[in-house]
Design a protein around this ligand. Structure first.
Ligand code: KG4
Ligand code: ZN
Length: 338
């Protein structure tokens, strides 16, 4: 049958992204990361939506050029409807609606959290695809969820964070250590040179499969304040060990909940996504869980872990095959559950 060409748009937070897929294969995946937020130490919503407005046309243009596709060849446009920052979502939603109307092609709405999970179904050479049912853990600066995935569009949230996302826990810890935003990758870098058992941080007591990270941040704050009072150079002298101990604690929390979810459901196929999947500690822990607990673990290519339009495109393709399209009057949805 005829190949299906999807243009996908992602603008839920601070990355403007456009991708072109031919069926389940990615032809291009362009991401414009917004540098402006670094000096504020976090995403500023109003600045994010302005930057999306500046970026969206050139990013889409680049995606088409890199894929060597003319917009007249497009079969449909898929866009992130939510969840996310309303001002950011509006840019991608309005752009997609207008272009679909102009080209007279269907529009497909995509849930960003489903897309993080369905990114595992992007057809990549040498990449294995998880079999249903599986457990998906989405870990990033904005999300922390464990989801039971029974089928492409049959998912159930088993647990999620009650406060900060795990990426925020990394970034806020990094900030306490005087590291620049986003500090997660730096904590990871120093952690690899340190002793993970040097300092002990309490793990939160949260029922079931939910998470909480705000208490960890507070205990790290108190710990540092106390130590710096005795030794003003405490942080610089112990940076590697502090980072290793923080990372060790966070990885233990994540793996602990996954073990609980696996036990509760009897499922041993575990798929990870989101920017924190880059973390070397979590990657190592997942690898050893294959030996230790007989799990079968999956992590997509890094560019499909962080916010990207290719993951929106694979959902677009799956919905296109099922003939699931959106009305032209569709609206962005800042709170939008799986
Ligand atoms: O998926 P992502 O790019 O954007 C969001 O949707 O949030 O995730 C970014 C988050 C940031 O909090 C960043 O610090 C964290 O992922 N991160 C890491 C690592 N790489 C990125 N955290 C720990 N270790 C890493 N190697
Ligand atoms: Zn995301």
């Amino acid at each position: 049958s005829e190949p299906i060409y999807i243009l996908a748009i992602e603008s839920s937070c601070d990355d403007t992204s456009a991708a072109i897929l031919c069926n389940d294969k990615v032809l291009s995946n362009v991401v414009a990361t917004q540098k402006i937020h670094e000096e504020y130490g976090g995403v500023v919503p109003e600045l994010a939506s302005r930057a999306h407005q500046q970026n969206i046309v050139p990013v889409v243009h680049r995606a088409l050029t890199r894929a060597n596709i003319d917009k007249k060849q497009l079969s449909a446009i898929a866009f992130t409807r939510g969840p996310g920052l309303m001002g950011s979502l509006l840019v991608g939603t309005s752009f997609s609606k207008s272009l679909a109307l102009g080209l007279n092609i269907p529009l497909i709405e995509v849930n960003h959290m489903q897309a993080h999970i369905l990114a595992h179904f992007i057809n990549e050479e040498n990449a294995e695809i998880p079999q249903f049912p599986f457990l998906a853990m989405t870990i990033s600066g904005g999300h922390t969820q464990i989801v039971l995935v029974k089928d492409y569009f049959n998912m159930e949230i088993l647990g999620e964070t009650l406060d900060d996302a795990v990426g925020e826990a990394f970034d806020k810890s990094a900030k306490l250590l005087g590291l620049p935003y986003p500090g997660g990758p730096l904590v990871d870098k120093y952690a690899q040179l340190g002793d993970p058992r040097k300092f002990k941080f309490p793990k939160p007591k949260v029922d079931g499969l939910n998470f909480s990270f705000s208490g960890l941040k507070t205990s790290i704050l108190y710990f540092i304040q106390k130590e710096v009072k005795n030794n003003p150079n405490f942080i610089t002298e112990n940076l590697n060990d502090i980072c290793a101990s923080i990372q060790f604690t966070i990885v233990e929390i994540l793996i602990g909940k996954l073990k609980k979810a696996a036990k509760q459901t009897g499922i041993k196929t575990i798929a990870i996504g989101g920017g924190v999947s880059a973390n070397s500690g979590i990657r190592r822990a997942l690898k050893s869980s294959e030996k230790d607990y007989g799990w079968n673990t999956f992590i997509p290519k890094f560019e499909y872990c962080t916010d990207n339009a290719a993951m929106i495109g694979i959902v677009g393709y799956l919905k296109y095959k099922d003939g699931v399209f959106a009305e032209p009057s569709i609206l962005a949805k800042a709170r939008y559950s799986i």
